[in-house]
Design a protein around this ligand. Sequence first.
Ligand code: PXL
Length: 286
Amino acid sequence: MADLDELALPAPGQTPRRILTIAGSDSGGSAGLQADMRAFAMLGVHGCAAVTAVTVQNSLGVKAFHEIPVDVVAGQISAVASDIGIEAAKTGMLASTAIIETIVATWRAERLDGAVPLVVDPVCASNVGEPLLHPSALDAMRDALIPLATLVTPNLDEVRLLVGIDVVDDETQHDAARALHALGPRWALVKGGHLRNSPVSSDLLFDGADFYRFAAARVDTRHDHGAGDTLAAAIAAALAHGHTVPEAVSFAKVWVTECIRAAYPIGRGHGPVNGMARLSATKGDR
Ligand code: PXL
C-alpha cells in the first residue's frame, strides 16, 4: 500500500487525522520533530508537537541541547489530547528519565493507553553518535515507556543498548526481535539499516507469534539524517488512517526508501533524507 492515494487524504475543509509527535527540535531542520512534521504534512495528517528538548544543531552535529521542563512537556500532551484529539502518536528524542516518566504518566492520565496507537522510536543518539538520551534514562525507556508502545522501532545500536544483543545476521536479528517483544510492546521492529555489510536494508517485525520481513535495496548516501524519524512518522501516519501495523510498516519502508534515494546535501556535513521526495517525483512526472 505504498500509494499515497490509499492514505485517503482529507477533502478541502475536512478535518484531517491528527497525530502527536513527542520529540526534540533539530535547529538544522533535518531530523527530530521537523522531520516528523514534514512527513505528517506530506501524508495529509495534521501534526501536533510536544517538544521535549531543543537541540543546537546543524549538518555538522549536535552542539548542545536544552531539556524542556517536565510540566511543560506534560502540558503540551494534555492540551492536545483534551481538545484536538489524536489518532496516533510517536516519540523521538526524550533526553531524560524525568521526561520519559512524565510522558508515561500523562499518557495514562489522559486515558490514551490502549486507545491510541503509540510508535516509540527509542532515540539514543544522533546519526553520527552524539548522545540524545542520558544513559541513565535507558531503564525508564525499557521498563516504563516501551511496554506502552504499539510498536517500538530501534536501530541496531539501540537494540544493543536496550537488550544487549549484537545483531550481525538473520539469526541474531530474530533473537533481538524476541527480546524486544518480551519488554512488552505489542510489536517490535528491528531495523537492519545499520548492517553495513548487507546489500539490502532489511527490517524484521514481530508480534510475539509471527515474523514479517521488509527489505529494500540499500542506498549508499552520507545524507541519511532523519531517516529513522521519517520511518516512524510515516508508520504513525498510516496507523492514524486505520491501517494495521504490518501494512503501516510496509508502506513506511517504501516511503522512507524514496526519501533516502532523494536525500540532498546541506551545509558542510550530513544532509537530510528528503521528506519532500514525493513532491519532486510528482513534478517530474508532469
Ligand atoms: O534522528 C534521531 C534524532 C531525533 N531527534 C533529534 C535529533 C535526531 C538526530 O540527530 O537531532 C532532535
